[in-house]
Structures are given as C-alpha cells and as structure tokens.
Design a protein around this ligand. Structure first.
Ligand code: MN3
Length: 202
C-alpha cells in the first residue's frame, strides 16, 4: 500500500478572494505536500516493518525512534497537511452555534478563543502548527507543535482545526507577516463547520 496525495476539497483558486491565492495552494498542496507523500512512500518501501500499515500506525511506530526520524517527519507532515486542507473553506469564518457554545464554555468567548489560538500560532518559533483539539478530558484546548509534531501524534486529543504556520503556508500571500495570515485564517478561512462536525464525533 502506498500513500497518496488527497485531492483538495475545493479548487486551487477557490480561496483567492479570502486571502489564500492559487499560487500558494498550487505550491503548498502540489509541491510541498506531494513531496512529503513521495518521500514517505520511498522510505516505507525500504522498510518492510512499515509496509501495509496505516498512516496513523506509521506515525506511532516512528515517533521517538531516532532511526526513523525521516519517516516520522514525512508521515507527520502528510497527516498534518491532510487535516489542514479540511480546516480551510471558501465559506470560512462562520462559527456554528454548537461550536460557539463549546468555545464560550472552555475559553470564555469566541473572541478569547481566537486570541489564544493566535498567540499559539505566533508563539510557535520557527516552523510548526497551531491546533484546536478536543482533549482526552473532553475539554477544548489550543496547542502548538514544531515541525511534524501534532496532538494526533502525541495522543493529546482529537484534532478539530489546524493552521500551518510554516513560512511556505503564507509567504506568497503575506511575505513575513504571520500575524496577518493568522488573523485572516480565523476570520475568513477557518472551517468551523468541519471542526463542529469533528467535535460531534469526538
Ligand atoms: Mn505546509
């Protein structure tokens, strides 16, 4: 079994009017994400103990194993990017009532949630990710992670929403202005409907 690049759930120009241009999506999905999938397949091909395993199993088996660091990095990036595409939508920014209620309960308000998420996204030094997860205790939590790490990999909870804060995610649209990229994501791109649906299944 080899891993495949998932299709985007929208066209590459669908988010252009909402602050993520076609060039960004073509590079990010078609080049960066594709390269992680290709590298992962090459590594698994050379490692019989990983063959036939699901992506989640490959992540679990390689995490923390120094000999399998390249496997973990590429498998983690494949998982993280697959989740990230689902966290974007041309109808982004609208928080459905069920999620609003939970965000208000756990963060005080939707605005406070956004402030905390932004702080995590800006506080991640270098390459990484900002996450909204349903923790193992049932509470909603925000976290950040470096490189290919994630709450999925660490077992911290179920991922509801994720933002890629690697420079390649925003450099074409925002140059070095990560804060603008994060604000735009929270206000106009974030797929809160998908997060609510995932929370319902958590
Ligand atoms: Mn990326």
């Amino acid at each position: 079994m080899s891993f495949t690049l998932p299709s985007l759930p929208y066209s590459t120009n669908a988010l252009a009017e909402r602050g993520m241009c076609q060039e960004t999506l073509e590079l990010h999905h078609g080049k960066h994400h594709f390269a992680y999938v290709t590298a992962l397949n090459g590594l698994v091909e050379k490692n019989p103990s990983l063959q036939g395993k699901s992506l989640e199993e490959v992540i679990r088996l390689s995490r923390g194993n120094p000999e399998l660091t390249p496997v973990f990095n590429n498998a983690g990036q494949h998982w993280n990017h697959s989740a990230f595409w689902q966290s974007l939508t041309p109808q982004g920014g609208r928080v459905p009532g069920s999620l609003e209620k939970r965000l208000t309960g756990d963060f005080g308000s939707v605005d406070k949630f956004k402030e905390s998420f932004k702080a995590a996204a800006l506080g991640q030094f270098g390459s990484g990710w900002a996450w909204l997860v349903a923790g193992t205790d049932g509470k909603l939590k925000i976290s950040k992670s470096a490189n290919a790490e994630s709450p999925q990999a660490s077992g911290a909870g179920k991922v509801l929403l994720v933002l890629d804060v690697w420079e390649h995610a925003y450099y074409v649209d925002y140059r070095n202005r990560r804060a603008e990229f994060v604000d735009n994501f929270l206000a106009r791109l974030a797929n809160y409907d998908d997060a609510a649906e995932k929370l319902g299944r958590a």
